[in-house]
Write a protein that binds this ligand. Structure first.
Ligand SMILES: [Zn+2]
Ligand SMILES: [Zn+2]
Length: 769
């Protein structure tokens, strides 16, 4: 049990009537359920229990009271359903098949098992969950009425669940489904069936599901003294006594509780596909989810668990009236879609390689109904012409694993200009640029553990990645091979939905708004720690320009004594040279500008003009590594000749078709010509730490945001040798500056207060630290 959960428990008022701690939406449903006056299940006969009003009836009651449409198709538009029989383990079973109406076939198929303690309820009662999943996961859902106890005792339901999956795997094509993209899902007792079926499928060697979704699953029945069995023992609509009643009807003998089909905690879980667990705060089964998460993790299974506050057992199907249910359904849908759109090989994962812990999203606490929108202010381009103008917009408030950042500084990268001008023909407008962000954490989601309010953090080019592909699992998120690649800090996913396989939109957005704004919300995993020694304004360009140049220097193993060439001496070349010097290399900078030769010397490097043929002749076959930072197409051949045998020239500045490479020069000396794109999270953190350690940083000029259009022009004209950094205190609704936090004396994390931009506009990073 995490301390977060313990905190939640401590906030419960009185354990006798847990509806007091339910959120407003949930409480309304519970009030309606009480009015429907269901008979206590644990005091009922089985026939009585099966005819009592259900939580789903309470949802309809709320809708009717509001005058809303209660038709299932109206509640979840765009999903059709049809009933049929499918073969079970001992005869045919009623099933309902849900399918998105406008779908490009074939779709993935989810086999879904309803709840009801293996004794009561059926696919009708859980229609909203199954129908909602079809929409949220954009998949076909097959909801199965497996046999129930006491007529069919344990393990009849498990046998039927496996038979259902077997049938779907063999007949997916006939359902317009894709037999290679299957998943298992279930709620409560059905959550147990979903996971138990995944185990059986593994053991029988059937086509593995890509993912398992277990919504408040029963993970064991042997221990009914867990924390949640205690604090939610009298909860609605599920209480401890009911579960005892269900288990009594289910089992022939109490000893069956330890059968690992039922006792999942003690089952062999190794080799299962990724599992998503959803739990409700006010639910006797909450601790089961916690224990199951631990058991799966220990077995090396990828597991994401979210615990939603202020809601009870059965909330998952209540999207029509409970905001938190909508959030949980979206989470479930995006988890399943991610699994469906990854490649089959990575769906069943080996235990993850050791990595800094960013992957995958950790389990957490959903913020429930409190997730909403926050107002934001920024500068945006509405078209490719006309420049940037003030722009008011909204961001999603921080989710459980996200942090909200007050932006202090944002660097101006050449990419910002390319993007705003649509020079890569992929700009989504409005475009709020900025991916060299440093800010102060102002709010954290309930599951955040890396950062605290008040921390100074950086955000670079990425704010998310698929987290499941091989590159993501090995810490190379910047080369994410998910269907939409990584999610850029602005301008949305690197591969937009229109160009992604099956029009995948795994991040559920087409555009993102960057750091030319007052506030940013980002997954905690994609925020970097700014070392206290590093001034925030200097750190800003490091998260892009620093990472972009450090990553190849690191990848190609630059070490003390190596001879390193840097081609181009703008913003990237400046950082590259400083980093290579700090890494102990002997550095030569190639530039076309005579005035920059002195500057090269100031950095401890040798400057060479790019048309100095004598110098080039003298440098033949002398470099261990060459990094080209020229931001446009250029001829690399003169530099290839300068490499030693087996050494590499890497291009990071240009992202276009390059002129031809003279392969004689490459082949005769087994040289390499390569490329590299930005840096991973790990690279970015390392370069920040390295800069702090060695006291290096970019040369910057701080500007107010209303000077951004002139700054773009100067960068385009090549008139600046330093990086512009926007002081975001200059961005206010009324155009008047706010006091920066640094000005206000908050020097704990920043080290020293920032200079005001009027007093000292140019900061030479290499000298000031
Ligand atoms: Zn950049
Ligand atoms: Zn990935």
């Amino acid at each position: 049990m995490t301390s977060i959960v313990r905190d939640i428990i401590n906030t419960l008022h009185g354990q006798g009537d847990t509806s007091h701690s339910a959120d407003t939406d949930m409480r309304e449903v519970l009030e309606h359920l009480k009015k429907l006056a269901p008979r206590a299940i644990e005091d009922s006969t089985v026939p009585q229990a099966r005819t009592q009003p259900t939580p789903a009836d309470a949802v309809l009651s709320v809708l009717r009271a509001r005058g809303g449409d209660t038709a299932p198709a109206a509640l979840v538009p765009g999903i059709s359903s049809s009933d049929r029989l499918i073969p079970g383990a001992a005869g045919e079973l009623p099933a309902r098949i849900y399918a998105p109406q406008q779908a490009e076939s074939p779709l993935p198929v989810i086999v879904y098992f309803h709840g009801g303690g293996w004794v009561i309820a059926n696919k009708e009662v859980y229609d909203a969950s199954a129908r909602g999943l079809a929409k949220a996961a954009h998949a076909i859902v097959v909801s199965v009425d497996y046999r129930r106890a006491p007529e069919a005792k344990f393990p009849a339901a498990w046998d039927d669940a496996l038979a259902s999956y077997r049938w779907v795997a063999a007949n997916a094509g006939a359902l317009q489904g894709d037999p290679t993209r299957l998943a298992l899902a279930g709620e409560s007792a059905g959550g147990n069936l979903a996971l138990a079926t995944a185990i059986a499928v593994r053991d029988e060697g059937l086509t593995a599901p890509r993912a398992v979704l277990a919504v408040y699953p029963v993970a064991q029945t042997g221990n009914m003294d867990t924390e949640s069995y205690d604090d939610s023992r009298d909860a609605l609509p599920l209480n401890k006594a009911m579960i005892g009643w269900f288990v009594d009807k289910l089992l022939e003998r109490p000893a069956q509780k330890s059968d690992t089909r039922l006792d999942l905690i003690n089952a062999d879980l190794a080799g299962l596909p990724p599992v998503t667990i959803i739990n409700a705060e006010i639910d006797p089964l909450r601790s089961d989810g916690d224990m199951l998460e631990t058991a799966l993790r220990e077995a090396g299974v990828t597991v994401d668990r979210k615990l939603y506050r202020g809601v009870t057992h059965e909330f998952f199907g209540m999207s029509a009236v409970v905001a938190t249910a909508r959030e949980a359904m979206q989470f479930a849908g995006s988890q399943l879609r991610r699994a469906f759109h990854g490649d089959a090989a990575s769906a069943v994962t080996a235990p993850r390689k050791a990595f800094r812990g960013a992957l995958p999203r950790k389990s957490g606490v959903g913020q429930g109904a409190s997730v909403g929108k926050i107002p934001a202010l920024g500068y945006a381009a509405k078209h490719s012409f006309g420049g940037l103008k003030p722009f008011e917009f909204e961001r999603d408030a921080a989710r459980a694993d996200e942090i909200e950042i007050a932006v202090l500084y944002c660097g101006v990268c050449h990419s910002d200009i390319h993007q705003v001008r649509n020079e890569w023909s992929n700009t989504v407008y409005p475009c709020v640029p900025g991916h060299e962000v440093v800010g102060r954490v102002t709010r954290i989601g309930a599951a955040v553990s890396r950062h605290a309010v008040g921390d100074i953090v950086g955000v670079g080019c990425m704010i998310d990645s698929c987290r499941h592909c091989d590159p993501c699992q090995s810490g190379d998120e910047n080369y994410c091979e998910g269907p939409n690649s990584w999610l850029a800090t602005y301008n949305g996913p690197m591969v937009p939905a229109a160009k992604a396989p099956n029009q995948s939109n795994m991040y559920e957005r087409d555009n993102t708004f960057g750091g030319y704004s007052n506030v940013l919300v980002v997954s905690e995993d994609f925020a970097l720690k700014i070392p206290p020694r590093l001034k925030p304004e200097l750190a800003a360009p490091i998260v892009c320009a620093g990472a972009t140049t450090y990553s190849p220097l690191k990848h190609w193993g630059v070490k003390p004594g190596d001879r390193v060439g840097i081609v181009g001496f703008g913003g990237l070349g400046d950082m590259a040279a400083k980093l290579a010097v700090a890494m102990g290399a002997t550095v030569t900078i190639f530039t076309r500008t005579a005035e920059k030769l002195d500057e090269a010397a100031r950095l401890g490097a040798k400057g060479v003009l790019e048309d100095d043929t004598d110098a080039f002749a003298a440098l033949q076959s002398s470099f261990d590594f060459i990094l080209s930072t020229v931001p446009e197409k250029h001829d690399v051949n003169p530099y290839v000749r300068l490499l030693k045998k087996d050494k590499t020239l890497c291009v990071v500045g240009a992202l276009e078709m390059m002129s031809g490479v003279d392969n004689q020069q490459v082949a005769f000396h087994r040289r390499n010509v390569a490329g590299s794109l930005i840096g991973s999270l790990e690279d970015t953190q390392e370069v920040l730490d390295l800069c702090a350690l060695h006291g290096i940083g970019p040369d910057i000029e701080i500007i107010d945001i209303d000077a951004i259009n002139q700054a773009f022009k100067k960068v385009e004209d090549g008139a600046v040798r330093f990086r512009y950094v926007i002081d975001m205190a200059s961005l206010t609704a009324d155009g008047r500056r706010t006091t920066t936090e640094a000005d206000a004396g908050n020097t704990d994390a920043a080290g020293t207060p920032a200079e005001s931009s009027e007093a000292e506009p140019i900061i030479e990073g290499a000298l000031l630290l």
